[in-house]
Design a binder for this molecule. Structure first.
Ligand code: CTP
Ligand code: MN
Ligand code: MN
Length: 508
């Protein structure tokens, strides 16, 4: 908050003490004139109210300190709709048009988005509210929407990229990764699930009270949250970040083609840096690892959306040269709305003949080799059989034909100048995954390749809650002993009895 502009001009005039956050915004800071917000202090507390007020004002929202009849949106926390109404009645404010009664999650989303977001049922504190109906001026007949229970499954939560708990999720992501490096699967899962559920919360955890009722937070996890709330950091995370094994594994696995086994070997051999590994004559590298070292700098620098779009144009050009009716969809993190990725993933499918399909990826590779657009590729033939039951393993690989490659993106294919491209750089190595699936499997493949933890929990949910098996190829109902067909992702959710979750809400 800027101080009021006139303050330094006025002589030492006594004004009532105000905290910075509770000073009203000056009109020039207000971006959304039609919206007048009032935040209810009851049950929220002064500190949090001041904090939210300041955040909202910084984003250009008009937040009033006092309730008046100009208020259009009342935001409350831990209050039901009737709590707020009751409070309003005591205030005796005659508003000509009744304000919206909203949960604080709406305001937090607005702050995150930097603009007003749509008010939906999950934000509105009461349903069926109709003040214009003069025959029904009394208390509401419809009960307020109860605070929805948060599911233990990521596929029953909406997780956008708006993470209000990054300070915690970063910590758990690091702890999970460390467990992965130590092949401690159970702890890895515990930390991943904690990070995942925290990413879905529409509010920031500021006290241990806020963690009540949230699933996937065991005592170990809660202990870490408490430490971060109190000290701003976790001693365990600090120790991991300083741990030699963690640092080495992080470094080694950053090379394309290097996994846990190779990292373990190099670590045991006493290597701690990539330059030592590279110059060690006795080590044998796979073709993939050699490519990984060769293009290391480019591959560790993330792929931007502009780069991904440029690759997309080239992928489509090549695919359509051979299969003009093919559908090419960017999947993975970019489909979930991420601005950066470690690679670009594409799903290709065509309603046409299957023979052409089988040859497609090889034809594209041949074309790109001729044009000098591919630096490395590994084409994996399909092992797909139509009648195979879906895999029970949550992270089983699929059987589609695919190609893991390193693409050579020429600078002139980029629309705009990219800050990450130094002058004189004429191309950049970019990891690309291409997957080809039979047309009737496209919905399952798309769901699988759009990914994140979300997708794993979807399979877990299918198994444990629906007696069904889901994987990247199919959905099988064990009770009815039939495969359930689907043309779209929406249909798969419907088969599972789940509300549809958009790709950008799957960043679990
Ligand atoms: N996937 C898969 N089979 C593979 C590789 C990946 O089914 N052999 C799926 C993964 O389950 C994942 C999705 O494809 O959900 C995308 O994988 P990946 O590119 O590794 O992750 P992203 O979510 O795209 O994240 P990033 O930005 O790091 O690429
Ligand atoms: Mn990806
Ligand atoms: Mn990928």
């Amino acid at each position: 908050m800027d101080p009021p502009r006139t303050s330094h001009l006025s002589p030492r005039k006594k004004r009532p003490r105000q905290t910075g956050a509770l000073m009203a915004s000056s009109p020039q800071d207000i971006k959304f004139q039609d919206l007048v917000v009032f935040i209810l202090e009851k049950k929220m507390g002064t500190t949090r109210r001041a904090f939210l007020t300041e955040l909202a004002r910084r984003k250009g929202f008009r937040v009033e300190n006092e309730l008046s009849d100009s208020v259009t949106h009342i935001v409350a926390e831990n209050n039901s709709g009737s709590d707020v109404l009751e409070w309003l009645q005591v205030q005796k404010i005659q508003a000509s048009s009744q304000p919206e009664l909203l949960d604080v999650s709406w305001l937090i989303e607005c702050i995150g988005a930097g603009k007003p977001v749509e008010m939906t049922g999950k934000h509105q504190l009461v349903v069926g509210r109709d003040y214009s109906d003069s025959t029904n001026p009394g208390p509401l007949k419809t009960p307020p929407i109860a605070v929805q229970k948060i599911s233990q499954y990521a596929c029953q939560r909406r997780t956008t990229l708006n993470n209000f708990n990054q300070i915690f999720t970063d910590a758990f992501d690091i702890l999970a990764e460390n467990c992965e490096f130590r092949e401690n699967e159970d702890s890895c899962l515990t930390f991943m699930r904690a990070a995942s559920v925290l990413k879905s919360l529409p509010f920031t955890i500021i006290s241990m009270k806020d963690t009540e009722g949230i699933p996937c937070l065991g005592s170990k996890v809660k202990g870490i949250i408490e430490e971060i709330i109190e000290d701003g950091e976790s001693s365990e995370v600090k120790a991991v970040l300083n741990d030699e094994r963690y640092q080495s594994f992080k470094l080694f696995t950053s090379v394309f083609g290097v996994g846990l086994k190779t990292s373990e070997k190099w670590f045991r051999m006493g290597f701690r840096t990539l330059s030592k590994v590279r110059s060690e004559k006795s080590l044998k590298f796979t073709r993939m690892q050699r490519a990984g070292f060769l293009y290391y700098e480019d591959l560790v620098s993330c792929v931007t959306r502009a780069e991904a779009e440029a690759v997309s144009v080239l992928v489509k050009e090549a695919v359509w040269a051979f299969l003009p009716d093919a559908f090419v969809t960017m999947t993975g993190g970019f489909r979930r709305g991420k601005k950066m990725g470690h690679d670009v993933d594409f799903l290709i499918t065509s309603p046409g003949s299957t023979e052409d399909e089988e040859q497609l990826l090889q034809k594209v590779m041949n074309l790109w080799e001729k044009k000098g657009l591919v630096l490395y590729y590994d084409l994996v033939e399909s092992t797909f059989e139509k009648l195979r039951l879906p895999s029970r393993k949550v992270d089983a690989l699929d059987h589609f034909q695919k190609c893991f490659l390193i693409f050579k993106l020429p600078r002139q294919r980029l629309d705009s100048d990219q800050p990450s491209w130094q002058e004189g750089k004429t191309w950049k190595a970019i990891r690309v995954d291409l997957v080809m699936c039979p047309y009737e499997r496209r919905a399952f493949a798309l769901l699988g390749w759009t990914g994140s933890r979300f997708e794993r929990d979807l399979r877990r949910y299918a198994t444990h809650e629906r007696k069904m098996i889901l994987d990247n190829h199919a959905l099988y109902d064990k009770t009815k002993r039939i495969f359930l067909k689907a043309e779209t992702e929406e249909e798969i959710f419907a088969h599972l009895g789940l509300d549809y979750i958009e790709p950008w809400e799957r960043n679990a």
